[in-house]
Design a protein around this ligand. Sequence first.
Ligand SMILES: N[C@@H](Cc1ccccc1)C(=O)O
Length: 535
Amino acid sequence: MAESLQQLVLDLLESSGQISDTRCLTIPGQSSPAGSHDAQITILGALNSLLSREMIKYTTHETLSHVLTPEGAQCVLEGSHEARVWAALHTKGEGKPLTAPELKKVVGDDAAKVGQGRAFKSGWIAKEGDGFVKLVPTIEDTTQLDLREVDSTGTLKAGEKTLADLRKRKLIIQRKGQWFTVEKGANFSTSTAKPETDLTVEMLTSGAWKTSTFKKYNFEAEGIPTNGGALHPLLKVREEIRNIFLEMGFAEMPTSSFVESGFWCFDALFVPQQHPAREVQDTFYLSDPSQSLPPHAPYLATVARTHEHGGFGSTGYRAPWSDAETRKLLLRTHTTASSASMLYKLAAKCRGEEVDEEIDAVLGGSAKTKTAGNLGKGEKTDDGFRPAKLFSIDRVFRNETMDATHLAEFHQVEGVVADRNLTLADLIGFMRVFFKKMGIENVRFKPAYNPYTEPSLEIFAFHPMLDKWVEIGNSGMFRPEMLEPMGFPKDVRVHGWGLSLERPTMIRYGINNIRTLVGHKVSIEGVENSPAVIF
Ligand SMILES: N[C@@H](Cc1ccccc1)C(=O)O
């Protein structure tokens, strides 16, 4: 019913442009007469609902109208008091006159009291003996007619005098009323279907968008208050780790270049050209451009010779060398590619060769840093070698199938320390200090294999929530086959390690699914609700 009234209002607006007086509206399916107080209340409900959708605008007009009292309503149903008195009597000469108490018994106290006088005045009845008789065969009950008119229209055509009389008789009372003029609103349409607020995928696929009405944008709306900007969890943990490195006297390596050559990512690290990690299933190669410029020729030649035939105490891989392989462009699979090129520049600088300004600042800065123990004291030795402690935290790319713990791109935290007299114990000791600063106290080391480090150690931490040892990093002492072709003196040792930035971040924030960190929250059965811990 409410809908059909709204529809009626919209249709009228569509055909006549406006509704000048809602008292003219007949409400479909409702018994209240048009123009009555009840009808206007019902109309107001419909108008407000259309107004909230800005489909219409309306103006309210105040009126004074009349409604029946219960007594007035009784008169409408049963006739006025005077009519009831007249009806109760016998016609003169046709029956026994009724005495006043008898009349009271038939029509009731009130009706008898009020009705008697009025019926007399109208000449409908007369006294006979000590009783009353009818004088006329028919009457017109004007009081009842007037009350009916008031009931349906709220007023009387007859005018104020009669209204005042009915008021005095307490058959009607005055009531404030309202009526409305209605115009089209900003979102006017003849459809009462609720306007859509969003265009959804479902609407696009089903074609429903063609017939839907859309809510207009309200550019004046204040909008939902936002929480303001916040740092991404990865950025926060990255900053924390960065500070650990800086307070331990490390300098940050520039690692902005995501694209590296096969040379720096693998060859310089003594990773054999036939190593499975270099295959397309694991590494993203570039197609355009696909080739890097050749690396520094004498260094390239030394690296190629070491791979093929050995040297520096090594037998080499005894496998054919391909220049094309070395020049392939790829997305770096580890930041150890950047470490290798920095170490090469460190060796070059130590030999007195020019290196570019930015690199020089990093290496110089690192050399001046004083730290505990025998790590990177920064003193330049006779052969020009300067110790260095370098770190980077940046993005790497691997051709991985994504799942709850793997992404095709993630961040690596990587550090290298170059100095004389470094031993495996220094590496282990350093790791303990480093991880302790990250809040991980219980660490263990397990022998492992990397083509570029010997010995190599995987780092494990005890995870109290999982109640087991989990791998948190990989490390080792870089091989002479990698360092000596760069030109480092024979007794210089470099150790390095790497871990992912995502793992400590997931632990810190109780995130089970790595994809939560980088995109839409993906819910995977059995993963979302598993314990919030994966190293
Ligand atoms: N590059 C290794 C980490 C590493 C860095 C330096 C030395 C040893 C290991 C990795 O990606 O896991």
